[in-house]
Design a protein around this ligand. Structure first.
Ligand code: GCB
Length: 642
């Protein structure tokens, strides 16, 4: 699977031992932990040999990458595709190699009691990692972190620098998530020798590389490995149920303290698991639902472990928002109050860096979300960076957290290997994101071929597994299929429907929207009696293209499509429609094709984050909805200068 050269490398990879590469806690500095970011310039080499196997055959990880052949500069984090002028790198499929030498603080090396962990925030899609030529981990899947303890390796020879080599392969196959197929074209009258393409079934550019920060962090030998919190409240008392998991010590004393925003202790315990009670609780509320939105407490976990005469102390502080989520047959409730999603779908996507994490972009996007009056987004179509979810927690932006199950269209992608991988991805996702108050629902897939016969068992298993992992949040998948043929809907808690009336269906005819959207809602609700979110709707608009009367691709057409949808939402939200998420927040890059003019243009902002006419329409609407449904102080009422 991993090399386009007919799966030659797969056998080799499967023989390698499985590593425990899951890392639940986001690395944070504390009195006992240090973090060293490795963002910046790395050496880079794409393996352009015909079957992409040269790097493994010649063991590029054994020496400095520059000694194996020509290397170029590559930023981390970033997709590599748009960084150079080389067209073959933009569309490259196969293994690329990254390398960086790091000077490790000598006290980390000297102190045998310090765990040194190498962590990759995400790399697309399959990664193998070596330190000083020794393999330390491998990971299947983009969008999620993985890590390895490397202390013993760097202690082997403290005089050599720590050389980190990461090989990343973006090849997608029938059992990756998202799935894809490599197609070889062997007709010499039509294609050059060795020609192949990566077929994909999703509508965004298959950006690749190391997308999120790589870092080293330390913990003591005995350390806090994981924390799980589940919150509730009774009248004015907040309830924080917690479990701390410890590694590296047979016996350890744990002290947990919950601190408010001012650093005052509001509850504490000396047990590794238990229930904290918070008097006069300040609940975590979504943005625009309450004047004090996004309130976070801090759960400080202190671990003391005595072993062989030495004492380890580890400290980890987790932000905690106290809130509840519940679904009835007609409502989505946060803190027992009806919540209406007025938000967006996003992508991790921007000029030059592709899907690479970029703080200026993240903060710009949050400013735009707040300007727009959006209270929520869906992480279409894969898990976003933890840094983004932390911003959601802080700002009260509610999240539907989606796994990379996008484009499951081929019946072979419903097989056992695919399901097994999908279950592992859900394990990793839930373990990573379970403590974010902003995350209120899991989405296990986007627009799978849910009418196919194997879909029922597949989704029944997947959704049950997800609920077993996290019984506190509803689970959904996003559908575009016909309500009568959909096989997974009986198992979801909320129906999420994508539709593009007057665009993909009856293009140019906005007069169909109200009838067809009404039927859509009535049919789904009539069959399942579950709350419904319009999880996508929209129209492409080329920024600056105007037409009156409106025609497709003009800003006016986009705006009017939205208005037609809104009329129906306004009737149905009084009944069982609990949300509307525009497709899309911003224009984004896609594969080249005859239906996309340099990307998908359904953004209400351009890719450079400038508003189209529809952004102002949506802004008026979202602020109106917020003012209708929430108890806002005067200064937050629209129009305002947030
Ligand atoms: C959809 C997909 C999304 C596409 C969008 C479109 O239904 O979920 O990934 O980008 O339609 O614009 O076609």
């Amino acid at each position: 699977m991993f090399a386009p050269g007919r799966a030659a490398l797969l056998g080799a990879l499967c023989l390698w031992a499985a590593f425990d590469a899951v890392c639940p806690l986001f690395p944070r500095e504390s009195a006992s932990r240090e973090v060293k970011e490795l963002s910046g310039r790395w050496d880079f080499r794409a393996d352009k040999s015909p079957d992409r196997k040269q790097g493994f055959e010649r063991a590029w990880y054994k020496s400095r990458l520059a000694e194996t052949g020509p290397v170029i500069d590559m930023p981390v984090p970033a997709s590599y595709n748009d960084i150079t002028q080389d067209p073959t790198l933009r569309d490259f499929i196969g293994w690329v190699w990254y390398e960086r030498e790091v000077v490790v603080p000598s006290r980390w090396v000297a102190d045998e009691g310090t765990r040194v962990v190498l962590r990759v925030g995400s790399a697309h899609y399959y990664s193998v990692v070596w330190v000083n030529g020794v393999k330390v981990t491998e990971h299947k899947g983009g969008h999620l972190p993985f890590e390895a303890e490397i202390g013993s390796l760097i202690r082997k020879d403290p005089t050599t620098p720590c050389r980190i080599t990461i090989a990343v392969n973006n090849t997608l196959t029938l059992d990756t998530l998202p799935p894809g197929i490599i197609q070889h074209m062997d007709d010499p009258t039509k294609y050059p020798a060795g020609f192949f393409v990566q077929n994909i079934y999703f509508d965004f550019f298959n950006y690749a590389g190391i997308h999120r920060p790589v870092l080293l962090y330390t913990t003591p030998k005995a350390y806090v490995d994981d924390i799980t919190v589940v919150t509730d409240f009774l009248d004015d008392t907040g309830l924080v149920k917690y479990v701390v998991s410890v590694q590296g010590a047979v016996t350890a004393a744990v002290k947990v303290t919950l601190l408010d925003k001012d650093g005052h202790s509001v509850a504490s315990s000396n047990k590794a698991s238990g229930l904290l009670k918070v008097v006069d609780v300040k609940l975590w509320w979504p943005y625009l639902m309450h004047e004090n939105h996004g309130y976070l407490y801090s759960l400080e976990v202190r671990l003391m472990a005595a072993d062989d005469g030495s004492t380890d102390e580890d400290v980890y502080t987790l932000p905690v928002g106290i809130r509840t989520v519940r679904v009835t047959s007609t409502q989505f409730l946060i803190n027992n109050k009806p919540f209406y999603f007025h938000g967006v779908n996003k992508h991790e996507d921007s000029d030059i860096r592709g899907k690479g994490l970029d703080w200026p972009l993240i903060i710009k996007d949050f400013n735009l979300l707040k300007w727009l009056g959006a209270n929520s987004f869906r992480t279409s179509h894969y898990p976003y960076a933890e840094e983004i979810l932390q911003m959601c927690d802080r700002h009260g932006i509610v999240v539907i957290d989606e796994c990379p199950g996008v484009g499951i269209k081929d019946i072979r992608s419903f097989g056992n290997a695919s399901l097994a991988h999908h279950l592992v991805v859900m394990d990793e996702l839930v373990r990573r994101d379970k403590n974010h108050p902003s995350v209120v629902m899991w989405s296990v897939a986007n627009e799978p071929a849910a009418e196919m016969p194997p879909a029922e068992l597949y989704f029944k298993t997947l959704i049950k597994h997800t609920k077993d992992l996290d019984p506190t949040r509803p689970v959904t998948y996003i559908t575009d299929s016909n309500y009568a043929r959909d096989k997974g809907a009986p198992y979801v808690d909320v129906i999420c429907v994508n539709s593009y009336f007057s665009w993909y269906h009856d293009p140019g005819h906005m007069e169909v929207i109200s009838i067809q959207l009404n039927s859509q809602f009535e049919n789904w609700y009539g069959k399942y009696q579950k709350p419904i979110i319009q999880s996508e709707y929209g129209a492409d608009a080329v920024p600056g293209l105007h037409s009156d009367p409106p025609v497709m691709f003009s800003e006016e057409y986009q705006k009017m499509v939205l208005q037609n949808y809104h009329d129906v939402f306004d009737q149905k939200r009084k009944q069982y429609v609990v949300g509307e998420l525009i497709w899309n927040f911003a224009d984004f890059m896609t594969a080249q094709g005859i239906t996309r003019v340099v990307g998908n243009k359904k953004g209400i902002f351009s890719r450079q984050r400038q508003p189209k006419a529809a952004a102002f329409t949506l802004r008026e609407r979202y602020w109106r909805l917020a003012n209708e449904t929430a108890r806002l102080p005067a200064w937050t009422k629209y129009p305002c200068s947030l």
